[in-house]
Design a protein around this ligand. Structure first.
Ligand code: FES
Length: 172
């Protein structure tokens, strides 16, 4: 075999070896890319404004707080779950929205129509009709939530705050 023929044979072998390496490399890149997309944690932009519908404005009438339920998407790692939260709308106060979560230890407060106050069933904190603290172990009033009107609907930005603090401290 001449020197030229040997060189051609070696080049052909090298080329043939490159084909499976290229195919395997492509397959590995595809699998790695799919695995990365599946396994990486979803990125939650905490500062992103998420507005939830509360009710049509036309439903928000009367002098008493109205209990409403909203659904919020919660993202933990790459798991997405829906959670229901309760809020109170105050139609006689320009539809202000209060969180129903007691700022003491996080139980849900209830509106007492007879005594015209909110009460917490867990440790007997009481709050006035505008959410201000009256008595009990809670150290602040009910938490007001950001609200807006969009297409005839009241919307709220649900937030939760640290328990047992005198000030509203937003949870991270
Ligand atoms: Fe409401 Fe304790 S959780 S008073």
């Amino acid at each position: 075999m001449s020197a030229d023929e040997k060189l051609n044979t070696q080049s052909r072998r090298s080329f043939l070896l490159l084909i499976p390496i290229t195919i395997l490399g492509g397959m590995f890149a595809s699998v790695a890319s799919a695995a990365f997309r599946f396994l990486r944690p979803r990125i939650v932009n905490e500062s992103a404004e998420t507005w939830s519908d509360v009710a049509q404005l036309s439903e928000l009438t009367g002098q008493s707080p109205l209990l409403k339920k909203i659904n919020i998407d919660h993202v933990t790692g790459w798991a997405l779950t829906k959670q229901e939260h309760q809020v109170y709308v105050l139609p006689n106060r320009d539809n202000q929205v209060l969180s129903a979560i007691c700022p003491h230890e996080g139980c849900e407060v209830a509106w007492e129509q007879d005594s015209k106050r909110f009460s917490c069933p867990c440790h007997e904190s009481y709050f006035s009709a505008d959410g201000a603290r009256l008595t009990g172990p809670a150290r602040r009033g009910l938490d007001p939530l950001p609200r807006r009107v969009q297409d005839g609907k009241l919307q709220v930005q649900f937030q939760s705050f640290e328990n047992n603090a005198t000030e509203q401290i937003k949870r991270a």
